[in-house]
Design a protein around this ligand. Structure first.
Ligand SMILES: [Zn+2]
Length: 190
């Protein structure tokens, strides 16, 4: 799925429990972190005309970050960084797996290529997930899911007074929330 959908799904996961701003950021990032393996595209594009092109995207996208080892490592970092260690590690682990699930069901390329999830990489070539029904990246279920996640994010921001913008700037977040409340009125418990 697209990084935006993963990001919003991570944000929703982060809001299923009582966490502080820092902890919500960790769980949200867990939902998008697997796609760091897509950054290899920069090296690949930069070197494609050289004598020794690097195939980091071709070889590692949907590999390096999309496996159990990466999920466990991320959860361990989450555990170390959070105050509510086990809660945040468990939610980060869940958020990471939602990403894998999203890619499994809806990440098919424009050429019809079905992405697989090498869950046990690099230890075993077995346990590679794939689903023949995988829909395309820009198919309607992905668009609908993104719209629903976005609607929930807006509702949550209006109701609870925090949005994903808090990860970038508390001030921006405050401006956004007060604009929503000016437009839609004050929430019952705010
Ligand atoms: Zn992915």
């Amino acid at each position: 799925m697209s990084p935006i959908t993963h990001f919003l799904a991570g944000w929703v996961t982060a809001n299923t429990a009582s966490l502080n701003r820092h902890e919500r950021a960790i769980v949200t990032i867990a939902g998008i972190a697997p796609d760091v393996d897509g950054l290899g595209i920069i090296a690949e594009l930069a070197t494609r005309d050289s004598a020794h092109p690097l195939l980091w995207w071709t070889d590692y996208h949907h590999v390096f970050g999309h496996n159990l080892l990466f999920g466990v490592a991320f959860a361990a970092v989450a555990w170390a960084l959070a105050a509510r260690r086990w809660r945040v590690a468990a939610l980060a682990f869940a958020s990471f797996h939602l990403h894998l699930l999203g890619d499994l069901v809806g990440a098919r390329g424009p050429d019809g290529y079905i992405w697989t999830i090498p869950y046990l990489w690099p230890f075993s070539a077995a346990g590679v997930w794939s689903w023949p029904g995988q829909w395309k990246l820009n198919a309607w279920p992905n668009l609908l899911l993104t719209a629903l996640l976005l609607a929930w994010t807006f509702y949550r921001a209006w109701r609870r007074g925090c949005s994903p913008l808090e990860m970038f700037s508390a001030r921006m977040d405050g401006v956004f929330v007060s604009a929503l409340r000016q437009r839609f009125g004050k929430p019952p418990t705010a």
